[in-house]
Design a protein around this ligand. Structure first.
Ligand SMILES: NC(=O)c1ccc[n+]([C@@H]2O[C@H](COP(=O)([O-])OP(=O)(O)OC[C@H]3O[C@@H](n4cnc5c(N)ncnc54)[C@H](O)[C@@H]3O)[C@@H](O)[C@H]2O)c1
Length: 420
């Protein structure tokens, strides 16, 4: 039976490990965080992803998956550790370097090493190859190496892991062939073979494409405020053209991928001008939203606002790089009292309240993440708790007539200053 050692048991590594185990592989999942190993060993999971707990528990109970704090010998090593941004917007590769170094004592001739973490172009060739060479094996001939970027969507990871097409970028053909032999056992999508650096760049371009297009929508939104226009109406009309598909504006771009990956290209090429500017436009949106909030509250003494949702998008518990954090920070800097309600988030750098506490004596609801639960909130009951009934929906996701009927004045990001 093929043995797989997966390093990093987070949003990517845990589904990867458990899906391989469910398909008959013998998997050792490794995480340096002892709490994560403890939680998983007790049959619990530490992340919120639909269906994942069932697959992980089944994998562990079947004996196909073990959870450890250090690697073990295996046929295949999959590295799925974090690659965050440093303060200077360059890639923090120390986790990838440590994880690669940690497998050196366990490498054997014929092993395949798969880097799934998202990395700047040339990382596999320039950083992983020299580390693996320290094993004494010839890389590409005795140890095989590929970059197989992950492109799943949080909230739908288990389905997309199996059904998405997958890029396999080997440092040579033998490496790609080896990796194809592993992924074809679990992936139903196409396996797209290329070289390691092209795989790295293609992955980054997927998220960069989306980031640049969101920046364009956010720019339309800001221009519309200058020209006293409704950006959402303009985007809707333009999208009636058969070859136009403008995105929607929002309070900023977050998450560990879209807000991060474009910088990995900027770091490597001075020609990445549009990509850099798009990041800057999207990063400026929290400030723009706070400016609009301040205008709405300019008549209110000692204002309090209720933030609904702090994750980077709806229906997930992921707060990484969430624009909500920057919005809240700026509101607090402006001495605005902030009550926060998010049914998905428990640990956050600001206090998350229960529903009633978040709304009591509030002057404005600021919706920042479109969790489905928010659609079922009672506008009447919550309005009763508030001091002023204002709603600012930055995701254009609520039933505005319901809130209007309950006496709220409504603003929607992009709809300029009109009541919707
Ligand atoms: N989350 C996503 O939706 C997504 C999508 C596509 C690609 N990616 C990429 O996948 C990679 C992993 O992301 P994630 O969201 O799973 O991160 P994560 O933070 O959820 O999980 C990473 C785990 O790795 C562990 N770890 C760190 N160093 C380690 C080491 N040396 N050995 C073993 N474990 C170690 C951490 O403790 C953590 O539990 C990143 O490069 C990310 O950009 C993520």
């Amino acid at each position: 039976m093929t043995r797989i050692c997966v390093l990093g048991l987070g949003y990517i590594g845990l589904p990867t490990a458990s899906v391989f185990a469910a398909n008959g592989f013998h998997v050792v999942g490794v995480d340096v965080d002892s709490q994560i190993v403890d939680v998983l060993s007790k049959g619990q999971i530490h992340i919120n992803e639909p269906g994942l707990k069932t697959v992980v528990c089944a994998a562990i109970q079947s004996g196909n998956m073990l959870v450890r704090q250090v690697p073990e010998q295996a046929d295949v090593f999959i590295i799925a550790v974090p690659t965050p941004l440093k303060d200077d917007n360059s890639a923090e590769l120390s986790y990838v370097i440590q994880a690669t170094e940690s497998i050196l004592p366990f490498l054997q001739q014929g092993n395949l090493v798969i880097l799934e973490s998202t990395v700047p172009p040339r990382t596999t060739e320039d950083i992983l190859v020299p580390i693996l060479q320290k094993s004494g094996y010839k890389i590409g001939e005795e140890i095989y190496l590929v970059h197989c970027p992950e492109r799943v969507l949080p909230g739908n990871i288990l389905h997309e892991f199996v059904s998405n097409d997958r890029i396999i970028g080997g440092i040579n053909d033998k490496s790609s062939d080896k990796a194809r032999g592993i992924y074809e056992k679990v992936v139903q999508g196409n396996l797209l073979i290329t070289d390691a650096t092209s795989a790295e760049m293609a992955k980054l371009m997927e998220n960069t494409y989306r980031d640049v297009n969101i920046a364009l929508a956010n720019e339309v939104c800001r221009i519309a405020y200058d020209l006293n226009l409704d950006a959402l109406e303009i985007i809707k009309l333009a999208n009636m053209h058969p070859r136009v598909n403008l995105h929607q504006p929002g309070p900023g771009v977050g998450g560990h991928c879209l807000a991060v990956d474009p910088w990995f290209i900027v770091e490597k090429s001075n020609n990445a001008e549009l990509i850099r500017l798009s990041r800057e436009i999207n990063d400026a949106m929290p400030n723009f939203v706070v400016g609009l909030v301040k205008k709405m509250l300019d008549q209110v003494v000692k204002p309090k606002i209720t933030v609904l949702g702090v994750t980077y998008k709806g229906n997930v518990d992921d707060i990484r790089e969430s624009p909500a954090t920057e919005v809240i920070r700026k509101l607090k800097q402006a001495n605005i009292d902030v009550g926060i309600y998010d049914p998905y988030v428990k640990n956050y750098e600001f206090e998350v309240s229960n529903l009633e506490e978040a709304f009591v004596a509030s002057d404005l609801i600021l919706l920042l993440a479109d969790h489905k639960e928010f659609k079922y909130l009672s506008a009447d009951e919550l309005g009763f708790l508030m001091r002023n009934k204002q709603l600012f929906d930055t995701r254009n996701c609520l039933n505005h007539s319901k809130w209007k009927d309950a006496g709220f004045s409504i603003k929607v990001l992009g709809k300029n200053n009109q009541n919707s």
